[in-house]
Design a binder for this molecule. Structure first.
Ligand code: NAP
Length: 252
């Protein structure tokens, strides 16, 4: 059975791989055997070192995913470097906090552009490559607790992450016939840059921790196992599902 989880010889693109959950998943995939293409706004020396330390290959692409301009080049560079692509993790994402009444068009557009528009067009470009290769493939989108809940002071984030869950289902429906599995992971409250302001606010932090049955913030390593599962042939008959990795937050 464990062979089904083995990613030896697979090639995975992970966006937002410099830090946080993206770095955790890139390392997890490499631990399971995959070579990794990391995409980020900045260079990714730490992720590269960790992936290569596991004896796997790493190719970094510095690209700004606020627009879809880099999308085709990401696929082209991956194929030029490794000859193919097997796995895409759409992880790069941002959040802007402000009362809905004062929320600006820029904070709306920036978040929607990277969190949902680029997710769609990068998935489309990678799916075209999967179809060309006739190999099928795995796409894993990163959703959020705010795919299920409204949240507060994050209108574009909630809209984008609610969209990610719906888009995951739609793409799964259209592409299952090509042996492409599209699923999502919805992380709970994880200790990364994204949640630094929440953790710095003692009141909010206590409120959040009080609702997590596991009694702790999640870590990048916590999403690595679920990512390996969804990227592997152990998940060949899992289509369009969003898996919460939340220490029980949604179960409350
Ligand atoms: P993070 O530490 O801020 O990491 C986000 C990654 O995306 C960073 O590597 C970042 O690069 C990259 N990125 C940001 N803007 C970019 C751009 N314009 N172009 C290319 N890359 C860009 O946050 P995280 O918590 O690991 O978040 C990863 C994903 O999980 C996001 O989609 C987030 O919404 C989601 N998520 C997080 C939590 C949580 O509790 N942390 C919960 C639910 C969902 P830089 O380092 O250069 O900024």
């Amino acid at each position: 059975m464990l062979e089904k989880f083995n990613l030896e010889g697979k090639v995975a693109i992970v966006t937002g791989a410099s830090t946080g959950l993206g770095q955790g998943m890139a390392i997890g995939l490499a631990e399971a055997g995959a070579n990794v293409v990391g995409v980020d706004y900045v260079e990714m020396p730490e992720t590269q070192e960790k992936v290569e330390g596991l004896g796997k290959k790493f190719h970094g692409i510095v690209a700004n995913l606020l627009t879809i301009d880099p999308v085709q080049d990401i696929v082209d560079q991956t194929v030029a470097t490794f000859g193919k692509v097997d796995i895409l993790i759409n992880n790069a994402g941002i959040i802007r906090r402000e009362d809905a009444i004062n929320f600006t068009e820029k904070d709306w557009d920036d978040v929607m552009n990277i969190n949902i528009k680029t997710v769609f067009f990068l998935s489309q470009a990678v799916a075209k490559q999967f179809i060309k290769q006739e190999t099928g493939g795995k796409i894993i989108n990163i959703a959020s607790m705010l795919s299920y809940q409204g949240g507060i002071r994050v209108p574009s984030y909630t809209s984008s992450k609610s969209g990610v869950m719906g888009l995951t289902r739609l793409l799964a429906n259209e592409w299952a016939k090509h042996n492409i599995n599209v699923n999502a992971i919805a992380p709970g409250y994880m200790a990364t840059n994204n949640t630094a302001p929440l953790r710095a606010d003692e009141g909010r932090s206590e409120e959040i921790l009080g609702r997590i049955p596991a009694g702790r913030w999640g870590t990048p390593a916590d999403v690595a196992g679920p990512a390996v599962f969804l990227a592997s042939s152990a998940a060949d008959y899992v289509n369009g599902y969003t898996l919460a990795v939340d220490g029980g937050w949604l179960a409350r």
